[in-house]
Ligand binder design. Sequence first.
Ligand SMILES: [Zn+2]
Length: 469
Amino acid sequence: MENKYLQKIYKIIILVIMILALFSFYFTYNAFADDEEKYAVQITDVQAYDEKGSINADALADDNIYTKVRFSEVTSVSFTSQSDIKAIYLIFDGPLKGYTLSYGDYILKSDKDGFLHDFKQLYTNVNSLTIEFNAGTVLTDVYFFSEGEVPEWVQRWENPLEKADMLVLPTHHDDEILFFGGTMPVYSLEKGKKVQVAYMNNHWGEPYRPHEALNGLWTSGIRNYPIIPDFNDTKFYDLEGALNYYGEDALQEYYVSLIRRFKPEVIIAHDFNGEYGHGSHMASAYSVAKAIELAKNSESFLSSANTYGVWEVKKAYFHLYQENKIVMEWDQPLQKFGGKTGFDVAVDALNCHQSQLKYYSMSKRGVYDCRQFGLYYSAVGEDVEKNDFFENIPEYQAVVDQSLISEVVLPKDTLVAEESIDNSVPNPCFNCEVPDKKNSDYVFVIAVASGICALALIIALIIYKGRKK
Ligand SMILES: [Zn+2]
């Protein structure tokens, strides 16, 4: 009697386990199916060839910016795949010189000239497309994706801002991280401010560095392409040397033009003493300080005054400035960065600067302390709370929305004029951990399913053992 009763219970348990297993399978399968639709897959079977059949296709597919393909003349390259291509990500070795993209019924001109990393979403799925590159183009890598959301490491740069809340003014590629710490992640993605970065020097002489810079900025939550001017990087040990080399007037004109163009509420600039004594950092701080005054005056630098109008910034913080000191708190977890702190994100971003890691690391000490600033200029009074670069600045409506990203689509045979912009870098940052949403979703579903199965199995085992006794 008791035995029969137990047998019945046992059967019910088995049935429950089977039902639970079926449910788990169903939910897991659906989660995967949904994600498959939502997320793009990288397509790796793409063949690349030009008219002469001489292109080194491997160099474009090897995910390595050090292997390059150089086009000494205008060159059409065709890409074909068995899979449907819906997006393409191009990495150039220098500022993009323009190209013409043809696929299906479309012919498009590049609209991100000057950029290094160029992402293009296609209007339709295609199995083949052709890109005509201009003479002098150097391409390092090309990535292809299916329909859906591309991985986070794929940089989708927007044009420089029309109106910035904050203008960040590093000298070299990496100074914006090393010395300004959590400034970019905290104020860009986390607080939703419009942050524009403009360097004083370019590093075209070391072609990997602009890529590192873009990777670091992207990791920091910056989405508007940085400004990279024509001042070449050279090492100086004092202010005079740097000012003589670059030209005091030329530097001031550059910074006045930036202030008038981007109309920032807040400026973040270098230490007047050049942090570890770099003359170019000193020249940057010196010139920014002058430019803040000059930008207000309609009689100085007429060209940018006529183009952009005059502008008065509300506040300017200089790194390590000894008056009106403020110590920024970069150790708060940031929601938009998966709980990482501003300092953590800065560490990730600096890791993108592979070539510089032997010299520098993020720090909270001495001249490398990325939290120490001083309010050098204010049109809105002194800081009281001393915890926010935007203290005393009233919330305002953004004047203009930036990033036009309008692409001209024409019927075949009608080529269009192109837009153009500034310069920058591609290639994913291999060191920066970007949370993989897709994986975390899978892991969650699988974990729940496994948990249910495991629980059911344990119950079954207990019952079975009890029955045996
Ligand atoms: Zn520097």
